[in-house]
Write a protein that binds this ligand. Structure first.
Ligand code: NI
Length: 195
């Protein structure tokens, strides 16, 4: 997707969340989450071939990004930020499971995802599924995605929201990191929430 579109989508997502998010970020620890529900059950296929559900991640933090491996710019950039933030935390990131959920299940098979995630971080896992499964999880996480019309050679891109979600060990939404958050700031944010 284009940077400009990605920026617009991220901005929309952030506008929707910013009121509640700001109160958390700046330390006014409000009771969590009655107003905004992000996340929910999912059932997908992991890049090691296992079928997994959200329940498999209970007891650990999930750091989730939605994207696709053919993405020319935004996804690789954001995944690199996630990886660098986790590396900056070192052992403190041991309880965080980084996850890429594909929005392009047609091309992002288990094998494609496996090779792709390995290029970013040794602990990053990719999740794919049927279109219905991807639509369900994207809907639960309020992630927009739209496959563009294929060109003459059949190539297409997937326009999509670009946000990183932090979910707590109970599977509940904690925070969103937008495109303006670099690796240093993401590491700081993660440390803040994990403490
Ligand atoms: Ni992308």
């Amino acid at each position: 997707m284009s940077w400009r579109l990605a920026y617009g989508l991220a901005a929309l997502a952030l506008i929707a969340l910013v009121g509640w998010q700001a109160s958390r970020w700046f330390g006014a620890d409000s009771p969590a989450g009655e107003a905004v529900v992000i996340g929910g059950p999912f059932s997908l296929t992991a890049s090691d071939g296992r079928r997994v559900t959200d329940q498999d991640f209970r007891g650990r933090w999930m750091l989730i990004y939605f994207g696709f491996t053919f993405c020319p710019d935004v996804c690789p950039t954001e995944l690199a930020v996630m990886a660098a933030a986790l590396d900056a935390l070192g052992d403190d990131a041991a309880d965080i499971q980084p996850i890429l959920i594909t929005l392009d299940q047609e091309r992002d098979t288990v094998e494609v995802l496996r090779d792709y995630v390995a290029a970013f971080h040794p602990r990053l896992i990719g999740l794919t599924g049927t279109l219905a499964e991807i639509q369900a999880v994207a809907g639960a996480y309020r992630v927009f995605f739209q496959k563009t019309e294929p060109d003459a050679s059949g190539d297409y891109v997937v326009d999509h929201s670009s946000v990183v979600y932090l979910m707590d060990p109970a599977g509940d939404y904690v925070a969103v990191f937008g495109r303006d958050v670099d690796a240093v700031a993401m590491a700081e944010g993660l440390r803040h929430y994990l403490d």
